[in-house]
Design a protein around this ligand. Structure first.
Ligand code: PMP
Length: 397
C-alpha cells in the first residue's frame, strides 16, 4: 500500500544526536542539540520547577480539557512576563497558549495566511532552519533580509536596515527577540531603537520570536528589551514565546502566541479567529506544563528562585565561552576567537565551515550542525579542552 513512500531525510538538528549515540568513541562530544546540560553534562530539571510540580500534585487537580485558547492564568502570566507589568496593563492583546515556541510560530503562520494582505515573512539571513519550514507548512512564503556578515562574524546592521527599508509597507519581518539562533549575535539596544524607527517609518509588521527570554543574559527584562521598546513606540508586534529553555520545560511544550492589537474589539475578534485555527489542529493545549509555568510566574518566592536559576544557567554558558577561548589559546591557536565571548545565548557561531565540521566529526567524534554552530550547553570543564584542541587541529592553516 505504501510501497511508493520514499524514506525521508533525518531532521538536520535532531538527527545529529542519533548519529552521536551510535558513535562508539568514548571521547565523543555532542554540541549539536540545544537543551541545557549542567556542569556534569546531565539534563537539568530546575529546582523551582520541581517545587511547583510538588505543590500542583498536592492539589489533586482534575484532568479536564483546557479551553481552546489554553489556561487563562497562564496566558496573562506569559504576556506579563514578556511585556513587564506596566506595559501589560496598557495593551490590547489576543494571547493563546501554544505547543511551545514551534506551535506558536505555526499559529503565527496560520493567522498570517488567513488575515494578512500578503502572507509572506522576511527572515534574517541566518536563522533557525526550522523557521521557513514551519511558516511554509502554514502556507506562508518566506524571503530573507541580510543579517549576518560571515567575513567579520558579526551583525551587518547597515545591510539589515537597507533591506528592511526596501520592504513594502505592511510586510511581516521576523526578529529574534534575544539570543539569535544560530549566530548568538543580537542588535545592541541602540540598534533596536533604530530598528523600531525603521519599522514605524516603513510600516512593517514586527514578528518577534522570543524563545530565550531570561536564558540569554539571566535578566528577563533585559532580554525583552526589543519587544518592550517596540510596543512602547506604538508598534503592534506579533509575538511567540517558549518556556522550553528558560524553565527547562522542553518536553512539556509550554508556549504562547500573541497578536498585539489597537483596540479591545480587534483583540476579541483576533482571539476568536485563533480559536478557530486551533480547534481543528489540536483542539486544546496540554495542561501540565502550563500549570507549572503559571505557578512559578505567579508565586513571588518561586519567581525569585527561578530568576536565580536563570542566572545560574546563563552564567554557566558565559563561563564556558570564556573557557573555550582560553583553551583555544592554550591549544596553540593564534586565530582571533574573541567573538565567542561577544555572542550571547545557547549557541556559539564559530565561523567553521562544513568541511571543518565534517573533519571534527570523522576524526574527533565531535558533533555539531554543518554551519559550525556549537551548542555551548553541551560543554563542561571535562570536555571543553578536547573540543578546543580539535577545533585548533581542523582550523589551523
Ligand atoms: N525559535 C527559536 C529561535 C528556537 O531556537 C527554538 C528552539 N530551538 C524555537 C523557536 C522553538 O522551540 P520549542 O518549540 O522547543 O519551544
Amino acid at each position: 500500500l505504501w510501497a511508493g513512500v520514499p524514506e525521508g531525510p533525518a531532521d538536520p538538528i535532531l538527527g545529529l544526536t542519533e548519529a552521536w549515540r551510535k558513535d562508539p568513541s568514548p571521547a565523543k562530544i555532542n554540541v549539536g542539540v540545544g537543551a541545557y546540560r549542567d556542569a556534569n553534562g546531565k539534563a537539568f530539571v530546575l529546582p523551582s520547577v520541581r517545587k511547583a510540580e510538588a505543590i500542583i500534585a498536592g492539589k489533586n487537580l482534575d484532568k479536564e480539557y483546557a479551553s481552546i485558547e489554553g489556561h487563562a492564568d497562564f496566558r496573562s502570566a506569559a504576556l506579563k512576563f514578556a511585556l513587564g507589568k506596566d506595559l501589560f496593563k496598557d495593551v490590547h492583546a489576543a494571547t493563546v497558549q501554544s505547543i511551545s515556541g514551534t506551535g506558536a510560530l505555526r499559529l503565527g503562520g496560520e493567522f498570517l495566511r488567513r488575515f494578512h494582505r500578503k502572507p509572506e515573512v522576511a527572515l534574517p539571513d541566518r536563522t533557525w532552519p526550522t523557521h521557513d519550514k514551519i511558516l511554509n507548512a502554514a502556507g506562508v512564503s518566506t524571503s530573507s533580509y541580510r543579517y549576518y556578515d560571515a567575513s567579520t562574524i558579526s551583525l551587518n546592521f547597515k545591510a539589515m536596515v537597507e533591506d528592511l527599508t526596501q520592504r513594502a509597507p505592511g510586510s511581516a519581518v521576523l526578529l529574534h527577540a534575544c539570543a539569535h539562533n544560530p549566530t548568538g549575535i543580537d542588535p545592541t539596544q541602540a540598534q533596536w531603537e533604530e530598528l523600531a524607527q525603521v519599522f514605524k517609518t516603513q510600516k512593517l509588521l514586527p514578528f518577534f520570536d522570543m524563545a530565550y527570554q531570561g536564558f540569554a543574559s539571566g535578566d528577563p527584562s533585559r532580554d525583552a528589551f526589543a519587544v518592550r521598546h517596540f510596543v512602547q513606540q506604538g508598534l503592534h508586534p506579533i509575538l511567540t514565546q517558549s518556556f522550553a529553555k528558560n524553565m527547562g520545560l522542553y518536553g512539556e511544550r509550554v508556549g504562547a502566541f500573541t497578536v498585539l492589537c489597537e483596540t479591545a474589539a480587534e483583540a476579541s475578534a483576533v482571539l476568536s479567529q485563533l480559536k478557530l485555527i486551533i480547534r481543528p489542529m489540536y483542539s486544546s493545549p496540554p495542561i501540565n506544563g502550563a500549570r507549572i509555568a503559571t505557578h512559578i510566574l505567579n508565586t513571588p518566592e518561586l519567581t525569585a528562585e527561578w530568576e536565580g536559576e536563570l542566572k545560574l544557567m546563563s552564567g554557566r554558558i558565559i563561563e564556558m565561552r570564556e573557557t573555550l577561548v582560553k583553551e583555544l589559546k592554550a591549544a596553540g591557536s593564534t586565530k582571533n576567537w574573541d567573538f565567542i565571548t561577544k555572542q550571547i545565548g545557547m549557541f556559539c557561531y564559530s565561523g567553521m565551515t562544513a568541511k571543518h565540521v565534517q573533519e571534527l566529526r570523522e576524526k574527533h567524534s565531535i558533533y555539531m550542525t554543518s554551519d559550525g554552530r556549537i551548542s555551548m550547553v553541551g560543554l563542561t570543564h571535562a570536555n571543553v579542552g578536547a573540543l578546543a584542541r580539535a577545533m585548533h587541529a581542523v582550523t589551523k592553516a
